[in-house]
Write a protein that binds this ligand. Structure first.
Ligand code: FES
Length: 508
């Protein structure tokens, strides 16, 4: 049936004021016959189109979304459409992971004089949406969360849980640094309530350094405390300062880092969320960290941990008087298996020898991504519908994320704009996770802290891994957190993008 005579579907169009809105107007003034399914939202520039706009429209019931701006090099603000192109391409590639057909989203360029081209674009896109039919609604998908036991990928290097002989060197470096009073504190890890857990350690005096531990239980991030501690140090420096006095320099924050903590620091430095001068970085090569879930799966839940001892590849755990011998290969975190950066990329002090990973080591796709790739769009939607039902909106995933830095202004809590409601609905819960994943695109270092923090076992990290995979493919293998001098991909653009095709729509 012709799109001009069939039942209307819901298509949302975001058109830049200066070109495409003018192009649509030109087509209208010329009385060009067009389908009437499109509902236009005028925006100042395609660069204003946050990928969350089309995403929200698609999750709220739109059958298709079209974004159109000025042709490359013609943007009224010179580069808005170059930035938009990168973000919109990411969105297009991202949609299938949650079961949304990427053909329902299209972005293109139409100038104000191109009335006939506008007519072609809108007719062809409407035609495409009519062929696809009404979009499946996420809330109506049949929940199906029967994820099989996924075999973890093979580690890229030897993982070990034995004592690191360089720990004494590290402690010596820390004691020396703390004895000359230029550090506000140094953040590291100390033993927690049992031998399987570590908790943050704030070292202020040389004697505090004796509590420092290093090993497979140093799981949580030290980096996500740094921005707040930098502010604390600045506030402490201002104590007693009178109006008109010069502002005294703040003390530095010391931080002990593994490779992944080092990547977070690089991201925080790249985004200018902390100054390089404000931190002193103490690094040591990492031999891998453990997954508590895997240990509990081996020894059983609810046991009292009597003792834990690591030796080479073997972790000996005595729980409720019974001894368990666990191989690091079996209980290591997935991120450690795929890790190619066991040493912090940036540091001031390094203890011991760096851990080596073969230069041509290429991590396999995470098991969860391989599993999702094997599902149809419909099955993926059902998977996420089932998975997200478990979410209790505790925001532990957000709070554990070292790169989730706008906590006080988080869109999850914002009432203006009101992106997500407090309703306990699958769409709201999924939308929050998609916002998180898209905000982290090009920034997420793949630490898996969101997965680890989730008390309900929702595999939200898969969304970020998928976004990271797209970023690697679009931007020549870009890996966040590995190069301090690199420009994060969504903060820049190329006039000719090597890996972003000019999408043509059939018939236009
Ligand atoms: Fe049209 Fe920037 S003004 S895309």
């Amino acid at each position: 049936m012709s799109v001009l005579t069939g039942k209307e579907l819901r298509i949302v169009g975001f058109l830049c004021n200066w070109c495409s809105y003018g192009g649509a107007d030109t087509a209208g003034v010329a009385r060009a016959t067009q389908p009437t399914d499109l509902r236009i939202i005028r925006v100042p520039c395609s660069g204003r189109v946050n990928p969350l706009f089309p995403l929200k429209a698609l999750l709220s019931g739109a059958d298709g979304v079209l974004v159109s701006g000025c042709h490359p090099r013609d943007c009224h603000y010179s580069a808005g459409n170059f930035y938009a192109r990168r973000r919109l391409e990411l969105l297009k590639e991202f949609l299938p992971i949650v079961g949304i057909d990427p053909a329902r989203f299209h972005y293109t360029w139409v100038s104000a004089s191109e009335g006939p081209r506008w007519k072609q674009v809108v007719t062809a896109f409407t035609d495409r949406i009519h062929k696809l039919g009404p979009a499946p609604k996420f809330q109506d998908a049949v929940p199906s969360y029967d994820m099989p036991d996924l075999a973890p990928v093979a580690p890229l290097r030897n993982l070990s849980c034995g004592a690191n002989p360089a720990l004494e060197d590290l402690k010596k470096q820390l004691k020396e640094a703390l004895s000359d009073d230029h550090l506000f504190c140094v953040v590291g890890w100390q033993k927690s309530f049992d031998g399987l857990h570590a908790t943050p350690l704030h070292m202020r005096k040389p004697e505090d350094v004796d509590k420092l531990i290093w090993g497979p239980f140093n799981v949580h991030s030290t980096a996500n405390m740094i921005p707040q501690l930098v502010n604390d140090a600045k506030a402490a420096a201002m104590v007693g300062v009178k109006r008109g006095d010069p502002i005294p320099p703040a003390k530095k924050i010391g931080v002990v880092v593994k490779g992944c903590d080092g990547k977070w620091l690089v991201e925080l430095l790249q985004e200018k969320l902390i100054d390089r001068d404000a931190v002193e970085i103490f690094a040591m090569g990492c031999n891998g960290t453990v997954s508590y879930d895997r240990i509990i799966a081996k020894i059983g839940a609810g046991k009292r941990i009597d003792s834990v001892e690591g030796n080479g590849d073997t972790l000996r755990v005595v729980a409720d008087g019974q001894e368990y011998s666990l191989s690091m290969k079996d209980v290591a975190q997935d991120k450690c298996r795929a890790c190619t950066v066991p040493n912090a990329p940036v540091y001031d002090h390094f203890a011991g020898d760096p851990v080596k990973v073969s230069e041509d080591a290429k991590p396999e796709a995470a098991a969860i991504l391989a599993y999702l790739d094997g599902l149809t769009l419909e099955q993926r939607m059902s998977f996420w519908r089932g998975a997200i039902e478990r979410c209790i909106r505790c925001h532990a995933c957000r709070n554990a994320c070292p790169m989730c830095v706008c906590r006080e202004y988080c869109v999850a809590d914002s009432r203006e704009p009101h992106w997500v409601t407090q309703e306990d609905t699958p769409v709201n819960k999924l939308f929050f996770q998609l916002i998180h994943a898209l905000h982290l695109a090009g920034r997420c270092t793949g630490c898996g802290e969101c997965n680890r923090a989730c008390p309900m076992g929702v595999p939200v990290g898969a969304l970020k891994l998928h976004a990271a995979r797209i970023v690697r493919a679009l931007f020549d293998g870009y890996q966040p957190g590995t190069k301090l001098e690199a420009v994060p991909p969504f903060l820049g653009y190329e006039v000719e993008e090597k890996n972003i095709p000019e999408h043509q729509i059939e018939g236009a």
